[in-house]
Design a protein around this ligand. Structure first.
Ligand code: KG4
Ligand code: ZN
Length: 351
């Protein structure tokens, strides 16, 4: 089944073609980062308008790349939420219009389920069950995954998401949006041990997270350093490293707890922050000690992309799920309300 996947939930227009027998055929992404840079964050109305401009040309681009035409499509998947409602509406409108014109089924997909399943696009995909750490700009969640749609929430952030914390720390350090990769790059030059940041909520049981205290701690450290020596480049790098280390260690401690608590031997990490090299290395080391394994997608499929939506949509469309005639756009949407695919399929490409 040949599926077109459309992602427009925030500031990336992502499109991909996934075939349930041949795998991923093509994908393309346009990032609006430069457009939003002047504002220090995503401006929702500008985002929606740019998706309008970019989406159809990107659809044609992936079809051409794969040597296909619109009439070859057998289903269309789009991100229905969570996300910016105007941006979601653009993807939903294009998906439903194309689906109506071509007479093929259309399905709104959950953005975080897309992230969660992105590692399935890689060689050696994880088998169910596994524990997933979802770490993006808007979410930090630990989920037990027994199959597609069989999600049990183990813990989540009670305030800021991990990616959001990276973005805010970046701003304090004078770095542009999105902050995660920039903080990570600055931290490369940091001196280990000069600063020690707290590991929030690790000294008590449970799998919830909190990152807002770390944000305040960063702000206070930056202000104190600025007052003392004018915040030179080495100090900025040292703070970046201390911040990144604290986030990575906090996530690692909670992931270890989740694996121990569930008895799962597989950990999946997904979402923008899962591209972080220090996090990957820490989780590799932690899972090795537990004789477990960690799975993640290539960096371009950790951040927002169309491939993950095409993949997730393909699994659900093949199981017979589809939208009615209405476009679905759900800005807030808990992932554990999704229907399960009744017979969880094995992770690989099957038919
Ligand atoms: O999944 P994503 O692309 O969008 C959302 O669904 O939110 O995640 C974006 C987030 C941003 O907060 C960004 O700063 C963070 O992921 N991020 C990173 C890295 N790459 C992206 N954080 C830490 N290290 C990275 N290498
Ligand atoms: Zn995302």
């Amino acid at each position: 089944m040949l599926i077109l996947g459309i992602e427009t939930s925030c500031d990336e227009t992502g499109v991909a073609l996934f075939d349930s027998e041949q795998g991923l055929l093509a994908h393309a992404l346009f990032s609006q980062i430069d457009m939003h840079a002047d504002y220090g964050g995503v401006v929702p109305e500008l985002a929606s308008r740019d998706h309008v401009r970019k989406l159809l040309p990107l659809c044609d681009q992936v079809l051409a790349q794969a040597g296909k035409v619109r009439a070859d499509l057998e289903g269309i998947a789009y991100t229905a939420g969570p996300g910016l409602v105007g941006a979601l509406m653009v993807g939903g409108s294009v998906a439903h219009s194309l689906g109506f014109a071509l007479g093929v089924p259309v399905l709104g997909v959950h953005h975080m389920e897309g992230h969660l399943l992105a590692p399935m696009l890689e060689d050696n995909p994880p088998a169910f069950p596994f524990v997933a750490l979802l770490v993006s700009g808007g979410h930090t969640q630990l989920v037990r995954v027994d199959g597609i749609g069989a999600y049990q929430m183990l813990g989540e952030s009670v305030d800021d998401a991990a990616g959001e914390a990276f973005d805010k720390a970046a701003k304090m350090l004078g770095l542009d949006y999105p902050g995660g990769p920039r903080v990570a790059a600055l931290a490369e030059k940091g001196t280990p041990g000069r600063y020690r940041f707290p590991r929030p909520m690790t000294d008590r049981p449970g799998l919830d997270f909190s990152f807002s205290g770390l944000k305040t701690f960063t702000l206070n450290t930056v202000s104190a350093a600025r007052d003392a020596d004018g915040l030179d480049d080495q100090t900025r790098a040292d703070i970046a490293l201390a911040f990144e280390t604290a986030v990575v260690e906090t996530l690692t401690i909670k992931c270890r707890r989740a694996l121990e608590q569930t008895g799962c031997k597989r950990l999946v990490i997904a979402g923008g922050v899962s591209a972080n090299k220090r996090l990957r290395a820490a989780l590799e080391a932690m899972t090795a000690k537990l004789q477990a394994g960690v799975f993640y997608a290539r960096p371009e499929f950790c951040t927002d992309n169309g491939a993950m939506i095409a993949y997730a949509g393909a699994q659900r469309l093949r199981a017979g799920q589809r939208d009615g005639e209405k476009i679905v756009a759900v800005p807030r949407w808990p992932m554990n309300t999704l229907p399960a695919i009744t017979e969880p399929r094995s992770a690989g490409l099957v038919d």
